[in-house]
Write a protein that binds this ligand. Structure first.
Ligand SMILES: Nc1ncnc2c1ncn2[C@@H]1O[C@H](COP(=O)(O)OP(=O)(O)O)[C@@H](O)[C@H]1O
Ligand SMILES: [Mg+2]
Length: 262
């Protein structure tokens, strides 16, 4: 598994500098979690890594093995982005269906080839959605929809997974369950998880960073001990959560840019 190196990344919208000279290493096969207040630049950084930047950017995204990062990324967002007119099975195989070859289309091969369907069903079993394969997304709960989104991410089977607050809209219990499931199923992938929730970052992250300030900078990494997903009964994690919450709370009062200073 390869490290992903973000070197001297800068992003600017006209006279607003979101971040500059930002350096970060996503360790191969590990989870890096990124905390930060609203508007600090978390999604922008994720988009920059994915090769979808808005604004003026500089810097490099390098893979340790020398191959380009494009085509090696799966993306999971807070909105599940399930298409309402497709069943769960059709949604999670969308990537494969869109990439069908011209010959398959001309020869009218089935939209979902049997081997793809088998793979999809085995992933749906892992996320506990076997019974929902033929159902439209509107019949799923919020947690089930996000499990379907996780299944779609797994179908893509990419080594680097970028997650933008994927569990942010879920209730506390569903969120904990999804965290455990994602941790199990994305083991050994290189994951960058953006979250507002210090506890989520501390349960799942091998390295936890905090992006703060205007322009934004990364704090030093926190490397919580122990195997992930870490237990809620771990006193050390709970203390760290308190400290991070305090920091995030003060940041929202202290570090907003003064108008005209951006
Ligand atoms: N397309 C855009 N045009 C202008 N400003 C943008 C654009 N996208 C994001 N921004 C600004 O960049 C900053 C960081 O945004 P974002 O990365 O979405 O924040 P967050 O940390 O909440 O994910 C915000 O101030 C936002 O207003
Ligand atoms: Mg965001």
């Amino acid at each position: 598994m390869f490290d992903v190196i973000i070197r001297d990344a800068s992003l600017r919208f006209k006279n607003h500098c979101v971040f500059e000279n930002l350096n970060l290493i996503l360790k191969g096969g590990k989870w890096t979690c990124l905390l930060g207040g609203s508007g600090v630049g978390k999604t922008c950084l994720l988009r920059l890594i994915a090769g979808l930047p808005a604004g003026e950017t500089t810097g490099e995204i390098l893979c340790q093995d020398g191959f380009p990062v494009s085509h090696r990324i799966a993306w999971m967002a807070q909105q599940d982005l399930l298409l309402p007119w497709f069943s769960v099975l059709e949604n999670i195989t969308l990537g494969q269906r869109l990439r069908r070859s011209f010959t398959d289309i001309v020869k009218r091969h089935p939209l979902i080839p049997p081997e793809v369907e088998d793979q999809a069903m085995s992933i749906l079993e892992k996320v506990g959605l076997t019974e929902k394969a033929r159902v439209l997304p509107q019949h799923l709960s919020g947690g089930q929809r996000q499990r379907a989104a996780l299944a779609r991410t797994l179908m893509e089977n990419r080594p680097l997974v970028l997650m933008d607050e994927p569990f942010g809209a879920l209730d506390a219990i569903t969120r904990l369950n999804l965290q455990d499931l994602a941790c199990e199923l994305l083991e050994n992938r290189t994951v960058l998880l953006i979250t507002h929730d210090p506890l989520e970052a501390l349960r799942l992250g091998h390295d936890v960073y905090h992006l703060r300030g205007y322009p934004a900078r990364l704090t030093d990494a926190i490397t919580p001990p122990g195997k992930t997903p870490r237990s809620l009964e771990d006193n050390g994690i709970m203390m760290l959560q308190g400290k991070l919450l305090d920091r995030l709370r003060h940041e929202s009062f202290d570090e907003k840019p003064v108008k005209g200073e951006q």
